[in-house]
Design a protein around this ligand. Structure first.
Ligand SMILES: *[C@@H]1O[C@H](CO)[C@@H](O)[C@H](O)[C@H]1NC(C)=O
Length: 280
C-alpha cells in the first residue's frame, strides 16, 4: 500500500497532467453501463453474451496524447469476439486510432488488428500476432499521438508508426478531439479467419479485463505541462527513433500477418502515399 501511494506520488510529481483518477474518474461508468463490471477503480471488465457486448467511453476528450491501457483478453474459445481500446472523434469525417483484438479457438493465436482513420478515410489495417499469450496476463497497449507521429506500442515495444505525411499530401490527425473507447463486440462475420470461425455461445459470457488506464493530454485543460511530457517534446518522439524503427522491423519480420501497404486487391491502382514514407 505504501509502495503504491509512493509510486503515485512520484508519477504525479513527474508529470502533473497524468490522469490518475481510475475508471470512475476517467470513464462514464455511473450508472454502471450494461455488460460492464467495475471490480475496482483500476479494474474494469466488459462482458458479452447473446444479448450484447459492453462498452464505455472516457469523460475527457483529447487532442494529442499518450494513452496506455493494461488489458487481459478473453481466455478459451474467443473466436468471433472483438475486444477494443481505441480513440475516436465523433464527427462526420472522423479520426480514429484503433487497437482491436480478434479472438480465436482455444490454443490458436489472437490477432492484434490496428487501423487509423484520418478525415474519415481508413483502410489502413495492419495485423500482428503477439509474442506472448495475451489471455494469460495483463499487458500494456499504448498509443502515442503527437503532431509529428502516431506510434502503437505493445509492452513498450513499437509495433507500428504513422508519421505526419502532410508534406506529401496525406491527411494527418491534428484537429479533431478524441474520446477513449473500450468495447467488446460480436465480430464473427469477419474477425476470425474472415468469418469462418463463429462465436461459440456455450463459452459465453466472454470477459475482457482492463486495468490502470493512463491518459495524458496537452489540451484537455488550461494548463500545458505536456510540454514536460517526453512523448510530446523529446527528440526521440519527434520522429521515429532508431530503436523504435528496429523494434518495428523485428515485429514485422516475425509477427506481421497483414499490411494494407501490400494489399493489391484493396489498392489495385497504387498504394496510399504514406506507404512509401513510413520511417522504417
Ligand atoms: C486464428 O488461428 C488461425 C490458425 O492458427 C490463424 O490462421 C488466424 O490468423 C488466427 N486469428 C484470427 C483472428 O483469425
Amino acid at each position: 500500500m505504501l509502495g503504491l501511494v509512493f509510486g503515485m506520488l512520484v508519477i504525479m510529481l513527474a508529470s502533473p497532467k497524468l490522469a490518475m483518477a481510475g475508471f470512475y474518474g476517467d470513464f462514464q461508468v455511473e450508472p454502471v453501463p450494461d455488460h460492464v463490471i467495475i471490480q475496482s477503480d483500476s479494474l474494469l471488465q466488459l462482458t458479452m453474451d447473446k444479448n450484447s457486448g459492453g462498452s464505455v467511453v472516457s469523460k475527457s476528450n483529447y487532442l494529442f496524447g499518450y494513452f496506455n491501457m493494461k488489458m487481459k483478453l478473453i481466455s478459451g474459445n474467443s473466436a468471433g469476439t472483438v475486444t477494443t481500446f481505441y480513440i475516436f472523434s465523433d464527427e462526420a469525417n472522423h479520426d480514429e486510432i484503433d487497437f482491436e483484438f480478434l479472438g480465436n479457438y482455444s490454443g490458436d493465436p489472437y490477432l492484434l488488428h490496428t487501423n487509423i482513420f484520418a478525415s474519415g478515410v481508413g483502410n489502413r489495417e495492419q495485423q500482428f500476432f503477439l509474442w506472448f499469450d495475451p489471455t494469460a496476463d495483463f499487458h500494456d497497449y499504448t498509443i502515442i499521438w503527437n503532431p509529428q507521429q502516431i506510434l502503437f506500442l505493445v509492452d513498450g515495444r513499437a509495433v507500428r508508426s504513422f508519421p505526419n505525411n502532410e508534406a506529401i499530401g496525406v491527411p494527418y490527425l491534428k484537429s479533431q478531439w478524441m474520446n477513449v473507447h473500450l468495447s467488446l463486440w460480436n465480430g464473427e462475420t469477419w474477425a476470425t479467419l474472415g468469418g469462418l470461425r463463429r462465436i461459440d455461445w456455450n463459452s459465453a459470457p466472454f470477459v475482457a479485463s482492463y486495468s490502470t488506464f493512463v491518459g495524458d493530454s496537452c489540451f484537455d485543460s488550461a494548463d500545458s505541462p505536456c510540454m514536460a511530457s517526453k512523448w510530446w517534446n523529446q527528440a526521440a518522439y519527434q520522429s521515429l527513433s532508431t530503436s523504435d524503427a528496429s523494434s518495428i522491423q523485428w515485429v514485422r519480420e516475425n509477427y506481421l500477418k497483414y499490411d494494407y501497404c501490400y494489399d493489391t486487391k484493396l489498392y489495385p491502382n497504387g498504394f496510399p502515399r504514406e506507404c512509401s514514407n513510413r520511417g522504417f
